[in-house]
Ligand binder design. Structure first.
Ligand code: GRF
Length: 203
């Protein structure tokens, strides 16, 4: 069994999409080993507990680089304790340190609600909507030292229609996120592809 670790800060709909995909065989031979949040009150943690999955809150104590380092050290230790092979950031609203990235080289995935490299950072759907793009979407990528920057595993697009609002666009993107993330995880675990420079190509 390939062991996944999910990191989240909020509602956890991507986590639940991954959980469903494992249950119905779209991510073969995998299990969620642990769900960890930096937010004690995250809805996603509650959902994990009610599914009977190990769910931990590891909040950051204090501010500044030392506090950040201590927090990331605890996160790495917990993921290691649970034997996690692939870390999936699913609405994890923290920037992770280079030490964290080094601990799991090409073993951390993130999902971002825009077609990167357009609209990195917060409120990506709103940024895209306000820019006036005609095609929007989501990106699953490996995590490297820079924010929303690592090698792209896959992207899904949605058309932006004249009648769309930020809310309807965000909902359409989220629907695609729930398809894209399981697909990307299955691809990464199957090792049919590899990182070649900035590209993720059939091995
Ligand atoms: C998603 O839009 C994801 O792309 C972004 O944060 C949001 C998390 O939503 N990184 P959820 O907690 O998975 O429902």
């Amino acid at each position: 069994m390939r062991r996944l670790g999910i990191l989240l800060s909020g509602r956890g709909s991507n986590f639940l999409a991954i959980h469903r995909a494992i249950a119905d065989g779209r991510i073969p031979d995998a299990e969620i080993a642990v769900v960890i949040s930096n937010k004690t009150e995250a809805k996603g943690l509650e959902a994990a507990r009610s599914l009977g999955l190990p769910a931990l809150a590891i909040p950051q104590e204090g501010k500044g680089p030392a506090a950040r380092e201590t927090h990331d050290t605890k996160m790495i230790a917990a993921l290691t304790d649970y034997g996690v092979e692939l870390v999936c950031l699913a609405g994890y609203m923290r920037i992770i340190s280079p030490a964290f990235v080094e601990a799991f080289p090409n073993r951390i995935l993130n999902i971002h609600p825009s077609l990167l490299p357009a609209f990195p950072g917060l409120d990506a759907q709103q940024q895209a909507f306000e820019y006036g793009v005609k095609v929007a979407g989501c990106t699953v990528h490996f995590v490297d030292e820079a924010v929303d920057h690592g090698v792209i595993v896959l992207q899904k697009t949605v058309p932006v229609l004249d009648e769309d609002t930020v809310e309807t666009l965000s909902a359409k993107i989220l629907e695609q996120e729930h398809i894209a993330y399981p697909e990307a995880i299955a691809r990464v675990l199957s090792e049919t592809h590899g990182v070649v420079g900035r590209r993720y190509l059939p091995a």
